[in-house]
Design a protein around this ligand. Structure first.
Ligand SMILES: [Zn+2]
Length: 324
């Protein structure tokens, strides 16, 4: 990369990646971009969730609306969502929202015939599309962890006693968190400004070892430490700093103001992304960039956005590279 593009394009570096967790650095950009990315991940990256429930028979203790609400909150594997249509825009079914382009059908049919209480769970949902299933069902054998650890089979919808039954048809649709939180793929999306910390070494050397120790311990999040060999104060974990100013106040109280200078780098961000499991955390970021691009496309006619497009293209490429 040459010097010019180094300046112009945001850079992404993956630090830690699991299916449902991603930590990455976003550099050479500003807070507006970081915040746009965060907000899009939370409320505009689409997933698939149950949106219509037709109860055929329900003799359980929960009323129909309660069951419909619980069904809506079950995370479904949503890799398909980006390619699906929103039912309101679907011309194949005229907005009916029940065709193969904009919906997935589920059936559930459970009856309790024994004296033992029967758990009706997400594992009882039969999907018309094997790519769109409850995440705990999809994870069986491959990548789910939390559900396997507990010995339950799936997410409990309702419990049935002898003679009670639940029979229904449900339609899952593509949606976004802005419309209803059940469609948000994000459990958490946060970012922090990367702190830049400068210790005034000359001033620090005027402190005794005990004073250094006292100052180091005034930081509630263990940002600093003392090198056992040189007895110098060093930064052990800059990112643990929470901008609480405790060490700065402590230095002032000790009559050593200016002992340390800490400021937030305004062009570097550290993101932590956790997914509900509907899509992988890395996919959530890639899809968010895609959604941002589409939003920019909508305003393109009135702007010369060639440059912005290049920027996002570059960012997208980084994410794909990192996701491999
Ligand atoms: Zn349709």
């Amino acid at each position: 990369m040459d010097g010019a593009s180094y300046q112009r394009f945001p850079r992404v570096k993956i630090r830690d990646m699991k299916d449902d967790y991603l930590k990455f650095e976003l550099r050479d950009t500003d807070a507006s971009m970081a915040n746009a990315l965060r907000r899009v991940m939370l409320v505009e990256v689409p997933t698939i969730a149950i949106d219509l429930v037709e109860i055929e028979s329900n003799s359980s203790v929960l009323n129909d609306e309660f069951i419909a609400h619980r069904l809506g909150l079950i995370p479904l594997t949503s890799e398909r969502a980006m390619g699906m249509r929103f039912s309101r825009d679907c011309d194949a079914c005229d907005g009916d929202g029940q065709c193969e382009y904009c919906s997935v059908e589920f059936h559930l049919n459970v009856k309790c015939t024994s004296d033992q209480t029967l758990d009706v769970t997400s594992a009882d949902l039969r999907s018309s599309d094997d790519r769109v299933v409850p995440i705990d069902v999809a994870g069986r054998g491959s990548y789910s962890n939390a559900f396997e650890a507990s010995e339950q089979r799936g997410i409990i919808i309702v419990k049935l006693r002898r003679g009670q039954e639940l029979r229904l048809r449900a339609i899952a649709r593509k949606g976004i968190g802005k419309d209803h939180a059940k469609w948000s793929p994000a459990a958490t999306v946060t970012f922090m400004y990367e702190p830049e910390i400068h210790i005034n070494e000359d001033l620090m050397e005027t402190l005794s070892l005990e004073e250094k120790q006292e100052w180091v311990e005034s930081c509630p999040t263990r940002v600093f430490g003392i090198d056992p060999n040189t007895q110098q104060v060093v930064v052990v974990d800059a990112e643990a700093y929470t901008y609480d100013d405790e060490v700065i106040k402590k230095a002032e109280a000790m009559g050593k103001s200016g002992l340390v200078e800490i400021y937030a780098k305004e062009d570097s961000f550290i993101f932590t992304v956790e997914s509900t499991g509907a899509i992988k955390a890395s996919q959530m970021v890639i899809n968010a960039i895609e959604v941002l691009k589409q939003k920019l496309d909508a305003v393109r006619p009135s702007l010369d956005t060639e440059e912005a497009d290049e920027q996002f293209g570059e960012l997208n490429q980084h994410m794909r590279g990192g996701a491999m």
